[in-house]
Design a protein around this ligand. Structure first.
Ligand SMILES: [Zn+2]
Length: 92
């Protein structure tokens, strides 16, 4: 009996909100914008990742695309798709 009561959303005073409908609409709108932003970010990440995979293929992975020096293991661990060393990245 207690378990059933817990499953009933109307038992939760937070759900008994008169503005629930309009709030949900606003949240969906915000959610859409957020998803667009995430998709944009993902497609950027995808490009960068693809480039990194190409560099693994031609064995230039881990080398800075600007100065050609090693990017460094620590930086690659944080950002495996890093294209530039810290020095060059800070100049862009
Ligand atoms: Zn560099």
């Amino acid at each position: 009996m207690n378990a059933l009561k817990l499953q009933d959303p109307f038992q939760d005073p937070d759900h008994a909100n008169d503005n629930a409908a309009s709030d949900t609409e606003a949240n969906e709108e915000a959610g859409h914008d957020r998803i667009s932003a995430i998709l944009e970010e993902l497609s950027k990440q995808w490009d960068v990742t693809e480039q990194a995979l190409k560099r693994i293929d031609d064995r230039s992975y881990g080398l800075c695309i600007s100065c050609g020096k090693e990017i460094g293991e620590e930086r690659l661990r944080v950002n495996p798709a890093a294209e530039r060393c810290v020095t060059c990245e800070s100049m862009t």
